[in-house]
Design a protein. Structure first.
Lengths: 486, 421
């Protein structure tokens, strides 16, 4: 198939680029090596929409973060993705750390972050009653917020898909050649041809640049793993805002934050690793997460953990090797005409993503891509019913229309069979347990999917017309019923 | 849907027995409604196809479905109301229940009395905070049991089991009989949490080794589980460095404890016991909210379904008495407590003016293995009676009925203590 633009990588950066291109009369292919979108750093991060005071003034990171944060409420409303503008607090424990807050404040003001100010210990405790008694001040950023990163990514992809973008999942790119002015991108089985190529490969973006023939790609990507713990919803009110410690060279440190789904998230650690796909958790890492969280909220109930996970972020390192100064690497390739790199996008990549998408479209236009407004452009994405959020009257109405919405499959998160069936048949439909989980929250709760997973496996098998022992947890060889039918 | 005299949440052994006893006490069958979230009545017993149920109740060894069947038959014969595929979403202190079902839609029903019989759930890998990857192949023992016994699929072939709870032991045998190789059972504690008969019949008879004071410290494999790291633990239950061993396996079953499912109770404002995880109840099984009763594994985790049934009979009769106005007036309330090795006592409250009889039974569990001890019951520090015990272990629920002396002391007392001596 021939396309105008081929985006490699369906994380939040690729997804938002596809979404922003959807408004134009441009044919788009999105290639993703994994079996679902949002499977890299997008799947496992702190889920924070940062206000934009961390990045150095004048960097791309600073500009796109502040712009993206400002766009986020509208983006989420349009895509029907829950967004909570809860604000963030960077907490200081000493005179020295207060001086650091002052530095962040000045930087934030220079970056254009609105309404930033430093609050004293008393005000901090009023805002956040469970904060450590040792915290003496905090930088208050009311524009920061929280969003579910994979839901935002899935929603952006669904929006792009209904506007004609073609998604190729399980498409690990093995070769890129240029023929007759077109990039020919192949996974060894099928090929996709396109005039413009967008590298949105996250931790693999340097490899992708090399595959496209780019020599001397100016940045190295260091995979840095962050481990997290997610606590039961009963602990969701432990913090009302995103709580940070003062940042260090290792990033923004361990945070404590509510999530849009009502849980409490603790993390991340930051450890450079060799294998960019190694998302195992470690005992040492989980122990650091707990220590870091207690530093902020001494009473945090880490016994209420329901799961732990880790994500690998693509930390870019420039020629000087200094990771603290690293910026997003968003550049038109000088060497390969038609190639655009959206690389080195670590935190605040989620917050920046709508602005990154817009900027990518602007750069593609500058590269010669013709942008005519699409005539039958659709905003938003197909209607999504969240049974647990409906009023009683709405519940009666949806069950009357479709009785499957009267059958609760996941009791922890109150997810109905109707929602699971919908997730399977939506654009970029669910094919495995984890895809159902990310789209509906079935299996996200405190029972660890013990009750709902056999049911969900059954529904997947029925809807996809395959036997139960072919259903996987997360694609590939992750079959659930390894022993087969008896 | 019209209002009901008694709504029973859960159609497992507890809910079924409560319904039958409420009916025995004179509540009309169509004034009772059992709400069951699964597609049929019977609860977890439906997947417990092994024998061993009913020795106390019926004097015979039944399978789980047979045991449940006896109660389901009575419910159906008498046309006691029930609705399957019905999930309760909320319960309020003034006894309003909301639920959904594909056939009835969204319903809000008022009840004269409510019996909570939601059962329990299994502790998960997440709750244990075991580090490593997150592949397919890790199941709670009960989930694996459902796959094997209800769906007819074998979850895996080379199995390590963490935790020696009864479901884990039963599944060790079940997976073996279905052709899987169960490599070992690891138990964090220096003793098993399961019944001795299950250790003998499910592990010893099949040469499956039980490693006491061992735990799983690592999980390996990207897509499907490829192996686990196990380690010996010290007296502090922390892994001892240097004792780690990697075991190749495609399945890890967890049988590491059961937790009463009290989300609905908590939201209704019912006072819970921090040790049992269930509601605090009095001798009638009434919770802190008048007219709401609890029984079975949602109240405290039982080892034997026979005791669940007996407890549920009491809850059903009490709910009926509450509705008909025959309940004893609430008088002075005593608190029970466990001391010196006794982890908890249920019921947590006793009504001094209530119908205490020599059939009123106190249930308790100990916190460790004890030999040649006495269990002492005292009221306000005064010893009433003691019973010699050769052997006590956490996996086995203990109980004794009140004596006339004890009842007399309780009528004028404040605190009832059960302690080891």
């Amino acid at each position: 198939m021939n396309y105008d633009v081929c985006i490699i990588g369906a994380g939040i950066t690729g997804a938002m680029t596809a979404r922003k291109l959807a408004a134009y009369d441009v044919s788009v292919a999105v290639l993703e090596a994994a079996g679902d979108v949002a499977m890299g750093a997008t799947k496992a991060n702190s889920a924070i929409v940062h206000a934009g005071f961390d990045a150095e003034e004048g960097t791309l990171k600073a500009r796109l973060n502040v712009a993206g944060c400002a766009m986020m409420p509208t983006e989420c409303a349009e895509l029907d993705v829950p967004y909570d503008n809860c604000g963030s607090l960077v907490c200081a424990y000493s005179e020295e750390e207060i001086r650091h807050l002052e530095k962040l404040l000045a930087r934030g003001i220079a970056n254009g972050v609105p309404e930033l100010r430093i609050v004293g210990g008393e005000e901090l405790r009023r805002m956040e009653p469970k904060i450590s008694p040792d915290a003496v001040a905090a930088l208050w950023a009311p524009t920061a917020g929280i969003v579910c990163p994979y839901e935002l990514c899935i929603a952006a992809c669904e929006h792009a898909a209904i506007n004609g973008a073609q998604f190729y999942l399980n498409f690990p790119v093995v070769s890129i050649v240029k023929e007759d002015g077109l990039f020919v991108v192949s996974d060894g089985k099928q090929v996709v041809r396109a005039r413009y190529l967008v590298n949105a490969c996250g931790v693999h973006s340097a490899e992708m640049a090399q595959l496209a023939g780019e020599e001397n790609f100016p940045i190295r990507i260091i995979p840095r793993r962050g481990e997290y713990m997610l606590l039961d919803r009963a602990e969701g009110d432990t913090a009302e805002h995103v709580l940070f410690s003062c940042p260090s060279a290792n990033g923004k440190g361990i945070l404590v934050s509510p999530t849009v789904d009502g849980n409490l998230i603790l993390g991340p650690t930051a450890a450079a690793i060799d294998d960019p796909d190694d998302t195992a958790t470690t005992e040492a890492g989980l122990s650091l997460v707990q220590t870091g969280a207690r530093h902020l909220v001494p009473g945090v109930n880490t016994r209420a953990v329901i799961t732990q996970f880790s994500g690998v972020r693509p930390t870019p390192v420039g020629a000087d090797g200094d990771i603290t100064k690293s910026d997003f690497y968003i550049h038109v390739s000088e060497q390969i005409p038609g190639l655009l790199h959206l690389a080195g996008i670590e935190s605040p990549g989620l917050a920046s993503s709508p602005a990154v998408g817009e900027y990518a479209v602007e750069l593609l236009s500058g590269m010669g891509l013709k942008l005519d407004k699409k005539e039958n452009y659709m905003t938003g994405r197909p209607e999504k019913i969240r049974f647990r959020e409906l009023t009683d009257e709405e519940r009666s109405a949806v069950i009357a229309k479709n009785p499957l919405y009267g059958k609760i499959i996941c009791r922890c998160e109150t997810v109905t069979e109707g929602e699971i069936v919908d997730a399977i048949h939506r654009p970029i439909g669910a094919r495995d347990l984890d895809m159902v989980k990310r789209r509906t929250r079935a299996g996200m709760g405190r029972c660890g999917s013990g009750f709902c997973s056999p049911r969900t496996v059954e529904i997947l098998a029925r809807e996809l017309g395959v036997p139960m022992d072919e259903i996987t947890k997360c694609g590939g060889g992750s079959v659930i019923l390894n022993g087969g039918k008896k | 849907m019209e209002n009901k005299k008694i709504i029973i949440i859960g159609g497992g052994p507890a809910g079924l027995a409560a319904a039958i006893e409420a009916n025995n006490a004179g509540i009309a069958p169509d004034d009772i409604l059992i709400l069951e979230r699964d597609r049929e009545l019977g609860g977890i017993l439906n997947q417990c196809i092994h024998a061993g149920f009913g020795l106390h109740m019926f004097g015979e060894e039944l399978t789980g479905p047979e045991y449940a069947g006896r109660f389901i038959d009575i419910v159906k014969e008498r046309s006691i109301g029930y609705l399957c595929d019905a999930m309760v979403l909320s319960v309020t202190a003034d006894r309003e229940v909301t639920f959904v079902s594909p056939t009835e839609g969204f319903c809000r029903v008022k009840a004269g009395a409510i019996v909570l019989a939601m059962g329990c759930r299994e502790r998960t890998r997440g709750a244990l905070n075991i580090a490593g990857t997150r592949p397919a192949g890790i199941y709670s023992a009960g989930t694996a049991q459902r796959y094997v016994n209800i769906d007819g699929y074998l979850p895996g072939k080379r199995v390590v089991i963490l935790g020696s709870g009864d479901i884990g032991l039963i599944m060790a045998r079940r997976m073996t009989l279905e052709g899987a190789k169960v490599l070992r059972v690891c138990e964090l504690m220096p003793y098993s949490g399961g019944l001795p008969r299950n250790i003998a019949q499910c592990l010893d008879d099949f040469d499956i080794p039980l490693y006491l004071s061992h735990t799983v410290t690592g999980i390996h494999g990207k897509e499907r589980l490829e192996g686990v790291t196990v380690a010996k633990v010290g007296d502090d239950r922390r892994p001892i460095p240097g004792t780690e061993a990697d075991i190749e396996c495609d399945t890890l079953l967890l049988s590491v404890g059961l937790l009463p499912e009290n989300e609905l109770s908590r939201e209704a404002g019912i006072v819970l016991d921090s040790i049992t995880g269930g509601a605090q109840v009095d001798e009638t099984m009434q919770t802190s909210i008048p007219g709401i009763f609890a029984c079975g594994n949602v109240l405290h985790v039982h080892d034997l379904v026979d005791f669940v049934t007996k407890e549920a009979y009491r809850a059903g009769a009490s709910a009926a008495a509450y509705v008909t106005g025959d309940a004893a007036p609430v008088g002075d309330v005593l608190t029970t407590e466990g001391k010196n090795g006794v982890r908890y006592v249920m019921p947590q409250k006793l009504n001094a003016q209530g119908n205490l009889t020599t059939e009123t039974t106190l249930f308790f569990r100990v916190d460790n293995i004890y030999r040649d001890r006495a269990v002492v019951l005292s009221v306000d520090g005064r010893e009433i009676f003691r019973r010699k015990k050769r052997f006590l272990e956490p996996g086995q629920m203990e109980s004794f009925a009140l004596t006339e002396d004890a009842i007399a002391a309780i009528r004028g007392g404040k605190t009832v203590t059960v302690a080891l001596d």
